[in-house]
Ligand binder design. Sequence first.
Ligand code: 13P
Ligand code: SF4
Length: 314
Amino acid sequence: MTSFITPAPLKGTGRDLVDRINALKKERDAIILAHNYQIGEVQDVADFVGDSLELSRHAAMTSHPVIVFCGVHFMAETAKVLSPDKTVLVPDLHAGCPMSDMVTPEDVRRLRQEHPGAMVVTYVNSSAAVKAESDICCTSANAVRIIESIPAHQKVIFLPDQYLGEFVQRKTGRSLILYSGFCPTHVRIMAADIFRERKKHPDALVIAHPECPAPVAEGADVVASTSRMAIEVKSSEKKEVIVGTEIGMIHRLSRENPEKTFIPACQSCDCANMKVNSLEKILWSLEDMAPEILLDPGIIAGARKALDRMLSLS
Ligand code: 13P
Ligand code: SF4
């Protein structure tokens, strides 16, 4: 007969959990990194909260031997590529990114054959295996700069996000070979959402992520990476802000700007993958030292080149 052991539920309050996480973090000499879209209590327990570029930099530079990465899978992989000798833990291995899953290493090889001589610029929202097939990576914070660093005559394949690619094209006047990937969360925001909220809040600042389709990005005052949004909001005089990105962003914005009001452009702009991490799972990952990100050394070496090129230009 099969018998099942039911784990004892965690007792205590969120505060107890935070205390237990902090104690274990010290014991393991771990650092907790969290993306700007994580749920509030995860952001609040983290040592550093930021966008993909900042998180990559932290992962590359930290002296802690253990990184608990609270974000989605490709971000934790990036941390492992940049710090291969460290233990990179993820509270939940199921935190994927559908955009990242839209492109495979075979797709990159096929595109190279179709466009001989083209360089491959890959958005960090991609697997380490795809990065390993690429010439250079970029994030939403530096995509324009990375493209501008490439000679104008050079053919460039940009993948996987078609909307970030279009944004970069508009900003640089360059023509890129675009891939058809997209973020299923950001495409939920419609231009009509921005117009409607602008009408209701005519004095508001409108911010949007470059993963949004063009009509949304063009209707915003600021189109930027998540951490750049935080800087722009802080320095703006506006008291109301319409937020055209994943709604988890509002936690950080509200914490840093308690006097301002934040209005989500679209309530359903919610990335389920970003929300699977919790305090309990962080504690369990530190207790078990699992789940851990493990990568093939060849993939690490290939992806590292593309990421290092990006970091040296940022
Ligand atoms: P940032 O690098 O701007 O934080 O964006 C990451 C992301 O996944 C947006 O959907
Ligand atoms: Fe991926 Fe979009 Fe979620 Fe960012 S918001 S992790 S791009 S699905």
